[in-house]
Design a binder for this molecule. Structure first.
Ligand code: ATP
Ligand code: MG
Length: 439
């Protein structure tokens, strides 16, 4: 049904489960004000999809025939924004309601030049009506509209049937739609993981050979998408699916190469367990940071590289610093990572060496370090997944945090010097290429 434009199915209020009680007050306000001003206004996208599934929506998106400037005029608390196309953000405290004007999709062959290059949509801001808007969306289940006039649900693309069947289906020709915007492949995986839906065979088939198209996506957009993929509470399933469709390597090439050499479950277990912890934190409403996520995802390439540098005579700390810099530099060419995060990621890695040296005053200093908690969590993760017999060290730090200050001093006094001491042969001091003094 995804290729037959025509009259939509309209499901009256009495026949669906969306109640205004489940829609945020902010979203309702926006819908009502647009309506009173004489515009069409619909809730659309994830909000409608999730409500119909009985889930709590992450946010509410609104579609309207009002132009962005008109929307902006109606709401003092609004801002015109526009990266890829013009939108209006209406702010209510911490909640932001995104209002988009109906847009029309493109027929790749008929579109005017400049919009499409190599099958990929470059600009996508031609306004349209409700029907156009429905057909230009990505998946049928994301193209359901809740009409504020009569509280009905409007379905042009067969989204309701797919929703009931648990099927994720791209609207229109799958190959063409992924080519227009390759990020839709990542979105397919994200929704399949989050909703537990199966991807319809037609929507699934092109994933196997179009992955490479992701290389044309700007690193900054992939960073945004990355956060949605891995920090929404379904990171484990998402990771497994990305690997299944061989899309993971376009996001984390170095990690993927390591995973391909997997031995006895390594390093897969560390990544999977790290993501599982992230999911649990999201579930518990605890904060999660991209810094830790990237520390987990890039650890294996960093560890391998640092090992090689150590074999050449570098200290463990120096090796981790340099390996971290190299791996991050290569990674951000693909998926960007703002500096404020990458600095933290690097600290988490370098702390892995420092945590071994805990005698005298060192333990106290490390414990007071802003990155201690993250570094300790990361050490636990490595220990748990069997890396390098780190269990005793991890246990030491767990105990250290449990006991009182006096006992801490005792523990630190009795602790082995760690790190450097263990090295059988200490080579001549070398200046690190990054110019950092050896610590
Ligand atoms: P989430 O629960 O993650 O917010 P969502 O479906 O609302 O899921 P958004 O990224 O918020 O996803 O996008 C809102 C809607 O905009 C989608 O449901 C879809 O209809 C449309 N959309 C978003 N990105 C694309 C895209 N790349 N191509 C086509 N339609 C898109
Ligand atoms: Mg949304």
């Amino acid at each position: 049904m995804t290729d037959k434009p025509g009259a939509p199915d309209v499901i009256p209020r009495s026949e669906h489960c969306i109640s205004r009680n489940h829609i945020s007050e902010a979203a309702l306000k926006v819908l009502y004000r647009l309506k009173s001003a004489g515009f069409e206004a619909f809730l659309v996208g994830g909000g409608v999809r999730d409500l119909l599934l009985g889930r709590e929506p992450k946010d509410f998106d609104i579609a309207t025939d009002a132009h962005p400037e008109e929307v902006h005029e109606l709401f003092r608390n609004s801002r015109l924004i526009g990266r890829r196309f013009k939108l209006v953000h209406v702010r209510f405290g911490r909640e932001i309601i995104e209002v988009a004007t109906f847009r029309s999709g493109h027929d790749a062959e008929n579109s005017d030049t400049g919009h499409v290059e190599d099958g990929m949509i470059l600009r996508d801001n031609v306004y349209g009506n409700l029907e156009d808007d429905a057909w230009r969306r990505d998946f049928t289940v994301n193209s359901l509209y809740y009409d504020i006039r009569d509280f009905s649900v409007v379905d042009y693309t067969g989204g309701l049937a797919d929703l009931k069947a648990g099927v994720l289906r791209i609207i229109g020709d799958a190959e063409q739609r992924y080519q227009e915007d390759p990020v839709r492949m990542l979105r397919a995986v994200r929704f399949a993981a989050k909703l537990g839906f199966r991807i319809h065979p037609h929507s699934e088939a092109p994933l196997a050979h179009l992955g490479e198209r992701l290389e044309a996506i700007p690193a900054a957009r992939l960073f945004d998408e990355m956060l949605k993929l891995f920090l929404s509470g379904y990171a484990v399933e998402t990771f497994e699916l990305l690997r299944h469709y061989d899309l993971f390597r376009y996001l984390f090439p170095a990690t993927d190469a390591c995973l391909a050499r997997e031995e006895h479950g390594f390093p897969h277990t560390l990544v999977a367990k790290g993501l599982e912890n992230t999911d649990q934190r999201v579930d518990a409403g605890k904060p999660v940071t991209p810094a830790y996520l990237f520390a987990v995802l890039l650890w294996e390439p960093v560890r391998e590289r640092a090992e090689a540098l150590q074999a050449e005579g570098m200290s463990e700390i120096q090796a981790l610093q340099l390996a971290g810099d190299e791996i991050i530099a290569a990674q951000i060419a693909r998926v960007s990572l703002p500096k404020r995060f990458s600095l933290q990621t690097r600290e988490i890695w370098v702390m892995q060496a420092r945590l071994k040296r805990r005698n005298g005053k060192r333990a106290e200093r490390l414990f007071a370090h802003t990155r201690f908690r993250a570094a300790y969590d990361f050490l636990l993760l490595r220990a748990e997944t069997g890396e390098d017999e780190l269990q005793p060290l991890a246990q030491w730090w767990t105990e250290y945090q449990d006991v009182n200050a006096e006992n801490r001093t005792d523990m630190a006094q009795q602790a082995p010097a760690g790190g450097a001491q263990k090295r059988r042969r200490r080579r001549r001091r070398r200046k690190s290429p990054a110019g950092q003094p050896e610590s």
